[in-house]
Design a protein around this ligand. Structure first.
Ligand code: 5AD
Ligand code: SF4
Length: 477
């Protein structure tokens, strides 16, 4: 029986992790992975619903697969992830040749559903209940997390792994589809997280990136005891073999003193904090129902600066949200200038069906204004990145080496010396000339050049100490 699987993943880190789990599961059921859809008997698209553009791309990819399916009717095509949960039957209506629709809460059913399709059971769909469809507990149970299976070959690199500590979100920001697609916020039990982390360490993983939509709101209560992120980090820190711990994405209101001091006191915790601000205008934040003001956000920044002065903070922004005036936008520009983020992900507002904003607020900022604001904010952020990265020239940073850089892979470099890439504890990308055996190691690299998004350096050996550059700065960024 042919079981050749092709899987394509778009969207956030949660999706990357979900794909890893699905591949691990299907491998156990005898599937092998192939590199393009035409070689496959089963094609799975892991989808994202956060912006309309991401969905359109999936529908056009499905359009391309139609031709394939026409030639090979026995091929199974499946749509999984957030768009599957959001659109459900609509996917079958728009693309009648799709065989399988599976939400993020039902991924563990995929092998069984594929089997049903193979044995002539026809189209299959498995999704979670709508958030208003019944009692809290019933809805919660319909969003099952799917984590015990891991597949190192599916990771961004074998030395780094995502580890989910929380599913869903209860914040209900008015623009966001995630509370609907991924369901209620639920913390995973600490013992499950710890045993998964031990497995990852045994598999050679050096860096664990904890995942949650609002990861710093993590809590798990059992037997009269509540575990929060800080406590979890302290326990994960004990695991031998794990050298770095990061966590994304943070919610500004929950960036507590306790969490920040824990990050400061645990050497394996990276001083890197992704804390989306979304806007610099109180009026817009209110309409987004973010639950904080600009003053609250600045207070959080001061807290970070006081406890973790070396921290790198990054952010997300939505431009052109309903009712955003030029004045509101200027306030966002001011916030970016004041905070000097390590980087910012900037998005044009996209109306999402089922959200409060889609029901109650008018998408009244013209597309060209959204684009202009996007470009302006990006240019300001890039200038900050360039200036702040330039300050690294002459410093030594500790790099977790990931592998050959994109550039050297593209060039097909196969000599002993290749351009390698890795990241500093504060998540800055570093390239240097090295060899493949360095992958997975933590190396001191002296920075000699910098652009907005990349630092370039040389591995520091006895012969290339910082004295060569005349500046002695301790390792670490
Ligand atoms: N339109 C544009 N951007 C959005 N995001 C979430 N929902 C939307 C939307 N409807 C952005 C937010 C979030 C990031 C993951 O995506 O900035 O932090
Ligand atoms: Fe969406 Fe807001 Fe939850 Fe983030 S905190 S996932 S933006 S609802």
């Amino acid at each position: 029986m042919n079981k050749r699987l092709y899987i394509e993943t778009v969207g956030c880190q949660m999706n990357v992790l979900d794909s890893e789990m699905v591949v691990a599961d299907l491998r156990r059921h005898g599937y092998e992975l192939v590199e393009n859809p035409s070689q496959a008997d089963t094609v799975l698209l892991n989808t994202c619903s956060v912006r309309e553009h991401a969905e359109e791309k999936i529908y056009s990819q499905l359009g391309r697969l139609r031709i394939d399916k026409h030639k090979h009717p026995e091929k199974t095509i499946g749509v999984m992830g957030c768009m599957a949960q959001k659109d459900q039957k609509i996917i079958f209506e728009r693309a009648p040749y799709v065989d399988l629709v599976v939400g993020p809460g039902q991924l563990q059913q995929i092998p069984e559903l594929l089997e049903k399709i193979r044995s002539g059971g026809g189209r299959q769909m498995a999704v979670s209940l709508d958030r208003k469809a019944g009692a809290q507990e019933v809805i919660r149970r319909s969003h099952e997390t799917f984590d015990p299976l891991r597949d190192p070959t599916m990771r961004p690199t074998p030395f780094q792994a995502y580890l989910r500590i929380q599913i869903g979100c209860d914040k209900f920001c008015t623009y966001c589809v995630v509370p609907n697609t991924r369901g209620p916020e639920q913390g995973r039990p600490p013992e499950q997280i710890l045993s998964e982390a031990r497995v990852l360490a045994e598999q050679g993983c050096k860096e664990i990136i904890l995942l949650g939509q609002t990861v710093n709101s993590y809590r798990y209560a059992a037997d009269g005891q509540t575990t929060r992120l800080a406590g979890l980090l302290r326990q994960l820190h004990e695991i031998d073999g794990i050298e770095r711990l990061k966590f994304v994405t943070n919610y500004p209101k929950d960036m507590s003193e306790d969490l920040l001091t824990t990050v400061r006191d645990l050497p394996k915790c990276s001083p890197y904090l992704h804390v989306p601000a979304q806007s610099g205008s109180d009026d817009v934040l209110k309409r987004m129902k973010r639950g904080y003001t600009v003053a609250d956000y600045m207070e959080m920044m001061e807290r970070i600066e006081r406890i973790l002065p070396e921290a790198a903070v990054s952010s997300d922004f939505i431009v052109g949200f309903c009712g955003e005036t030029d004045e509101d936008f200027q306030k966002t520009v001011d916030l970016v200038r004041r905070c000097r983020f390590k980087n910012s992900f900037i998005f044009k507002y996209s109306v999402r069906p089922g959200t409060k904003a889609s029901e109650r607020l008018e998408d009244d900022v013209p597309e060209e204004v959204k684009s202009a604001r996007n470009n302006e904010l990006l240019a300001i952020q890039n200038a900050i990145c360039e200036e702040d990265n330039a300050a690294f020239i002459g410093r030594t940073v500790e790099v977790l080496v990931e592998g050959p850089s994109k550039k050297s892979v593209k060039r097909g470099d196969d000599g002993p010396l290749v351009q390698m890439t890795g990241r500093t504890p504060c998540d800055r990308i570093v390239v240097f000339d090295g060899n493949r055996r360095q992958a997975g190691h933590l190396l001191p690299v002296v920075i000699h050049d910098a652009s907005a998004h990349t630092l370039a350096g040389v591995v520091r050996t006895q012969h290339t100490g910082p004295e060569v550059f005349g500046i002695g700065v301790p390792a670490g960024a």
